[in-house]
Design a protein around this ligand. Structure first.
Ligand SMILES: NC(=O)NCCC[C@H](N)C(=O)O
Length: 500
């Protein structure tokens, strides 16, 4: 066959493939305008073999606090997250099948993205499969292999070998960093489980991140290709927002972090349909926030953006590590970053030394139609304003503090993500089972507390239902997951939530 015919055959097949996928996904909707409306669709990534390759000498560079035990993090921890999400978002996949899914003979196939028995939910969507889908297109495979090899410094021969690799296998390699025979060809990207950080849905737009840490740059590249090329997002390609580097950035001498334009998803919160919070933190620079605000205003995505500047520390890498929303009038947060200087008499030292500017929380609100920004004295004041004036709460705003607001439990439990909760519906949140004092604080604020293992049994038996459950903190096993330094807010990229 002549080259012309081979090429023609290939294009027809490709077009057909694209059309089939697009037709199936015509009704796929992307819309998030709240942090707490009933969750309907999200992107996740289950711990892949790359997590089992983190070595102690690299753990810090790869942004893990420790090495993790792969089997435990999967079977005893993350799988419960997937099961719980299924009961709430895609019950037909799990209800009545739990015993089979959990049986020893099933070999966890329900949870393995590359297994024919994988759940394949279009509500609880696994990133690895989206990646494998787009890699079926030979042009994308070629481009992405070249890009990955460029950022990872691979040889040209390896690049050619990757291009020839079967798509599902290649997706695994791009994520885990290792070939099928276990040979490591580049570093893993163990932080891909924290899908929140790679992109954020803001109304019907998707804001892509610009990571501060090199360890997270391959994640960004893969997500960029997925959002721009996967047929699921075909109707939204015009709504993808990318943060450019400011021209001055290239001209500045040195490599100071504060002049970089960086933004990670954990620093972005969609609190009401017209209002986004952006954190300035260890990961999101003031320049990153500046570019994001311009994009959001210029594209008429929202009219209001509040920048919450928190201390630049590893402990508080994103704003969602220090506060998240539970109900329209309930928030959980770390008291020490509140910024509130008026809650009690300040000690003399407060007047004797200048506070270190980097340790001060500042809150600055920008409105599209207002020339000058306004500021808030404390995080509580801002959150109260959102609860009352934007979400229409008639009740008093409640703040549930990490560690019940008591030193040293506040800091200890914030470190293990007491403030990083994921609302699966208003008032029903997922958090780690290890944060005892915070759990007590939830109880004393009128919340039920239930362990995920018990809840799953009740959801399966019909004793509990996703529709009826209210005001509940669901405790998730956390011994291994918390070593990766993120909670369930970080482990979720919501694509669709009901409006409040
Ligand atoms: N939104 C979040 O706070 N994500 C947690 C990211 C944890 C990850 N090990 C990191 O350091 O980037």
């Amino acid at each position: 066959m002549s080259e012309y015919y081979i090429l023609k055959k290939y294009w027809i097949a490709l077009l057909h493939h694209k059309l089939c996928m697009t037709e199936n996904n015509e009704n796929f909707k992307v819309k998030v305008s709240t942090e707490i409306g009933r969750l309907r669709k999200l992107l996740i990534h289950s711990p892949d073999s790359g997590l089992g390759k983190v070595v102690p000498s690299k753990a810090q560079d790869w942004l893990f606090e420790d090495i993790v035990h792969l089997d435990t993090i999967r079977k005893d921890e993350y799988d419960y997250y997937v099961k719980l999400l299924m009961y709430f978002l895609d019950p037909a996949k799990i209800k009545g099948k739990l015993a089979e899914i959990d049986s020893d003979t099933s070999g966890r196939k329900f949870f393995k993205p590359d297994h024919p028995g994988f759940h394949g939910s279009l509500a609880v969507i696994e990133i690895q499969n989206l990646l494998s889908d787009i890699l079926k297109d030979p042009i994308i495979r070629k481009k992405l292999a070249a890009s990955v090899c460029a950022i990872e410094g691979c040889t040209y021969k390896l690049q050619l070998q990757l291009i020839e690799t079967e798509p599902a296998e290649l997706a695994k390699i791009f994520i885990s960093g290792s070939m099928a025979d276990d040979l490591m060809i580049f570093a893993p990207i163990p932080n891909l489980i924290f899908t929140r950080d790679v992109g954020i849905t803001i109304n019907s737009h998707i804001l892509l991140n610009k990571p501060a840490k090199k360890a997270r740059s391959r994640e960004t590249l893969l997500m960029r290709y997925i959002f721009f090329n996967h047929p699921l997002f075909a109707a939204y390609t015009g709504n993808i927002l990318e943060i450019p580097d400011a021209a001055q950035h290239f001209l500045r001498p040195g490599e100071e972090d504060e002049h970089r334009t960086t933004l990670e998803g954990g620093d972005v919160m969609m609190v009401s349909d017209n209002h986004v919070l952006i954190g300035c933190s260890e990961r999101t620079s003031a320049y990153g926030a500046n570019e994001a605000i311009k994009l959001l205003f210029d594209n008429n995505v929202v009219n209001k953006v509040t920048v919450v500047k928190i201390p630049n520390k590893r402990d508080f890498m994103h704003i969602d590590t220090v506060f998240t929303q539970v109900k329209r009038n309930v928030w959980t947060l770390l008291r020490s970053i509140s910024g509130n200087q008026t809650s009690g008499p300040a000690e003399p030292i407060y007047y004797l030394i200048e506070p270190d500017h980097k340790d001060v929380t500042e809150i600055i609100q920008f409105s599209k139609n207002r020339e000058k920004p306004v500021s808030f004295d404390s995080i509580e004041a801002l959150l109260n304003d959102i609860s009352k004036n934007e979400l229409g709460s008639a009740e008093e705003t409640q703040f549930i503090y990490s560690g019940n607001g008591a030193f040293p439990y506040d800091a200890r439990e914030q470190w293990t993500d007491s403030c990083n909760l994921l609302a699966i519906k208003e008032g029903v949140v997922l958090g780690y089972d290890r944060n005892d004092k915070t759990i007590e604080a939830f109880k004393s604020n009128g919340f039920n507390v239930v362990h995920v293992k018990d809840l799953i049994q009740d959801l399966e038996s019909g004793k509990a239902s996703a529709e009826e459950i209210t005001d509940t903190l669901i405790l998730m096993p956390s011994a291994e997951l918390s070593r990766a330094r993120g909670g369930f807010h970080c482990m979720s990229l919501p694509l669709l939530r009901d409006e409040l």
